[in-house]
Design a protein around this ligand. Structure first.
Ligand code: ATP
Ligand code: MG
Length: 332
């Protein structure tokens, strides 16, 4: 039985994660549950958002289901997600981008199904900075080891899909990206995955214009950050996008959206991203049948026109979550 930490977090995290848990319960997915309160609300109360002990607790778990956490603009506040990513060395950020049948995205395409695999520990977000009054400098770090392991993860994913890798970089300008590109090419060859590569600027255009061309897209930290948010527009609302942060022995699943303080407490947040994050967690636990039933339940619920306001309905978070759980129970 897996040991799974549940962190609802702040804001709408507290509203959407319970819906994901209801779906897991309806699926009769049994796990040892470890509830952990970390984040802004705790920081306000105690001065600590997340402690080293919490990281140890998380290390003792197989994976984490996470809602969202508010990050205040306060230099004393340590980002919870960054601390978890670092503490558990979750080097791959994975975002599947696929249409939800009953919902139209911003561009109107329906035939795409790709995954963005973003290197999560180095690149321009290395944290190595030298900030002066007249000159501010951030170091962009690319290592062979970091590039190898993200390329290996991406190739493993591609093997289970359409076996094609697209390497995204800017090596004509950033010489550091030549190491990333060459390393990814070498790993793809070793793994027997076909590959091509694209400059990040032309990739931004192509992902919106012809998204069906892509299977697995691998890239460095900041390019992946930008391309994955942009690609979210192909699907529709922010409330629809799940993600995973994966390492060699741990993983962390969270909706792409944040704690959305503007709509927190109203009961109308879209729980689909959180429920799909639970689906990704089931896949990581190799519970593929249960995972696909989650997706079917979401689609069937949308077809019954049960949907939250962000996607044109007037149902509440709980109504949606209940309908998904009910569908699962009926078809299980
Ligand atoms: P944070 O600082 O925690 O990231 P934020 O203010 O940036 O919070 P996000 O959660 O990133 O807010 O989302 C941006 C906007 O998108 C929110 O203001 C909210 O209105 C909308 N939104 C985000 N998630 C959802 C959701 N699950 N359902 C409905 N609307 C959402
Ligand atoms: Mg945000």
């Amino acid at each position: 039985m897996k040991r799974i930490a549940v962190i609802e977090g702040d804001g709408i995290g507290k509203e959407v994660i319970p819906q994901a848990l209801k779906a897991l319960e309806a699926l009769d997915f049994r796990f040892e549950r470890v509830d952990l309160e970390v984040g802004y609300a705790r920081w306000e109360r105690t001065g600590t958002a997340i402690s080293d002990e919490d990281i140890e607790t998380l290390r003792s778990c197989d994976c984490i289901l996470f809602g969202a956490i508010t990050t205040p603009d306060d230099p004393d506040y340590e980002s919870v997600v960054l601390k978890i990513r670092k503490g558990l060395d979750l080097y791959a950020n994975v975002r599947p981008i696929r249409p939800i049948a009953a919902i139209s995205g911003a561009v109107g395409h329906k035939n795409f199904d790709f995954v963005i695999v973003r290197e999560n520990t180095e690149g321009l977000y290395s944290g190595i900075e030298d900030i002066g009054d007249d000159r501010a400098c951030t170091t962009r770090v690319v290592t062979r080891k970091g590039s190898e392991r993200i390329a290996q993860y991406a190739c493993k994913l591609a093997t289970a899909r359409r076996k094609h890798l697209t390497i995204v970089h800017k090596s004509n300008v950033l010489k550091s990206d030549k190491l990333f590109l060459d390393t990814c090419r070498q790993i793809a060859e070793e793994e027997g995955i076909t590959y091509d590569d694209r400059l990040v600027d032309s990739m931004a255009y192509s992902l919106i214009a012809t998204p069906w061309k892509y299977d697995v897209v691998v890239t460095t930290n900041m390019f992946g950050d930008i391309l994955s948010d942009m690609s979210g527009a192909l699907v529709g609302s922010l409330g629809l996008l799940p993600s995973a942060n994966i390492g060699n022995s741990h993983a962390f699943f969270e909706p792409v959206h944040g704690s959305a303080p503007d709509i927190a407490g109203e009961g109308y947040a879209n729980p689909i991203a959180a429920i799909l994050s639970a689906k990704m967690m089931l896949e990581w636990c190799r519970e593929f049948k249960k995972a696909s039933l989650i997706e079917e339940a979401i689609n069937q619920t949308l077809c019954r026109n049960i949907r939250t306001p962000d996607i044109g309905g007037n149902s509440t978070t709980t109504e949606f979550g209940d309908a998904v759980a009910e569908y699962i129970r009926d078809s299980f």
